[in-house]
Design a protein around this ligand. Structure first.
Ligand code: PEP
Ligand code: MN
Length: 337
C-alpha cells in the first residue's frame, strides 16, 4: 500500500501517519520527494482499512498494491485449481458440461432428461429445488422432494448433481443430496451463506451477482475459501445493464480476465446470461473459445411446457448438437470435451 500525502502535508502529519501504520502492524518507509511525500507500507495490507488511512490529516490518497482477496488470488496460488466433482476435474484440460432443467419438476421427466444429457456428454445434472424467485407468489421449487428426485437421477445415471442452496440453514440438507452446492446470483453477497458453504467440504459453484464487480465476486469467493473449502467454481451468468435485447448481458471478457486474477475454475451460464434459446449455442462456443472450464445450460424436453425459464432452455437433442460443436471449439483451443 502506498500513502500519498497532500503537497501541503506537514512533517508532523507524515510522522503521525508513519506511527499509526506501525501500530497497525505494517512497516512504513517514508520517501520525501521534491513535491510530495509518500509513505510506502511493507507487510500484509489487506486487513488495514483504506478509509481509516485516507481520513488521516495530510493524506491525499491511499493506493493498494495487493488484491484485496488473498486466497482467491494468483498472487498466493500460481497453479490453476482443479475442483473435483465425482471423477471430473473442473479447471483441468477437459471442459465440463452441466445440463438440466431450470427447476426440478417431475421425477420421471428428470430421470429421462438426465439419461439424455449424460448420453450427450454432460458430467453433471443441474436443477433447482429451492428457487430464488422475484415474486413470492411464483413457484418456489419442490424443496426436499426435488432434492430426492435429483439424488434418484444421480443413482440412475451416475451424473453429479448441482443444485442451489439459498440459506445457511439449508446447507446441511442440500449438501446431503448434492455434489455441488450452487450459490445463486441473488445470494452472491449473502455472507452467512458463503461462510456456511465454506464450512462444509462439497464444491461450491458461486454465480456472479447481478451487478457485482469482479472484485466483489472474488471477495465473495474469498469468504468460502477462508472457511477452509478450497473447492470453488466461479460461474459467469450475465450482469444487469441498460440492454433490453437480452435478459442479462453475458460478460465473456471476465473469463480471460479471471484467469489472470485467480486460480479458480470459471464456467459460463449462457442460459441465464442471454435469456434466449437461440443465443445459447453461439455463446457456449464463444465461452469455450475464450477459456471457460465449463458450461451450465438449461435443458428441457418440452421447453414450451417448462415451469420455469422455457424461453432459455434447449432440448436434449439440441444439447447433443451443441456438444458436438463445442467439442470442435475445445479442440481448437487445446482442450478436450
Ligand atoms: C439458476 O441457475 O437456476 C439460477 C437461478 O441462476 P441465477 O442465480 O444465475 O439467476
Ligand atoms: Mn433458470
Amino acid at each position: 500500500m502506498i500513502i500519498v500525502m497532500k503537497p501541503e502535508a506537514t512533517k508532523d502529519q507524515v510522522a503521525h501517519v508513519a506511527s499509526r501504520v506501525t501500530e497497525l502492524g505494517l512497516e512504513p518507509h517514508t520517501i520525501v520527494g521534491t513535491e510530495r511525500t509518500v509513505v510506502a507500507l511493507v507487510g500484509d495490507e489487506r486487513p488495514v482499512s483504506q478509509d481509516l488511512l485516507e481520513s488521516m490529516p495530510g493524506v491525499e490518497k491511499v493506493v493498494p498494491i495487493l488484491a484485496p482477496y488473498k486466497m482467491a488470488s494468483v498472487e498466493m496460488h500460481r497453479q490453476p485449481t482443479q475442483v473435483k466433482v465425482d471423477g471430473f476435474a473442473f479447471g483441468g484440460r477437459k471442459v465440463g458440461l452441466i445440463a438440466g432443467p431450470c427447476t426440478v419438476e417431475d421425477r420421471s421427466m428428470l430421470i429421462e432428461l438426465a439419461h439424455e444429457v449424460k448420453a450427450a456428454g454432460a458430467v453433471a445434472l443441474r436443477g433447482g429445488a429451492f428457487k430464488p424467485r422475484t415474486s413470492p407468489y411464483a413457484f418456489q421449487g419442490l424443496a426436499e422432494t426435488g432434492l430426492r428426485y435429483l439424488a434418484e437421477a444421480r443413482e440412475a445415471t451416475g451424473l453429479a448433481v448441482v443444485t442451489e442452496v439459498m440459506a445457511p440453514e439449508q446447507v446441511p440438507m442440500v449438501a446431503q443430496y448434492a455434489d455441488v452446492l450452487q450459490i445463486g446470483a441473488r445470494n452472491m453477497q449473502n455472507y452467512d451463506l458463503l461462510r456456511a458453504a465454506g464450512n462444509q467440504p462439497k464444491p461450491v459453484m458461486l454465480k456472479r451477482g447481478l451487478a457485482a464487480t469482479v472484485e466483489e465476486w472474488l471477495l465473495a469467493a474469498e469468504y468460502i475459501l477462508k472457511q477452509g473449502n478450497e473447492n470453488v467454481i466461479l460461474c459467469e451468468r450475465g450482469v444487469r445493464t441498460f440492454e433490453q435485447h437480452t435478459r442479462f448481458t453475458l460478460s465473456l471478457s471476465v473469463v480471460p480476465q479471471l484467469k489472470q486474477l485467480s486460480h479458480l475454475p470459471v464456467i459460463v451460464d449462457p442460459s441465464h446470461g442471454t435469456g434466449r434459446r437461440k443465443l445459447i449455442e453461439p455463446m457456449s462456443l464463444a465461452a469455450i473459445a475464450c477459456g471457460a472450464d465449463g458450461l451450465i445450460i438449461e435443458v428441457h424436453d418440452h421447453p414450451e411446457e417448462a415451469v420455469l425459464d422455457g424461453q432459455q432452455s434447449i432440448t436434449s437433442a439440441e444439447f447433443a448438437r451443441l456438444v458436438a460443436k463445442c467439442r470442435r471449439v475445445a479442440e481448437a483451443v487445446d482442450r478436450d470435451l
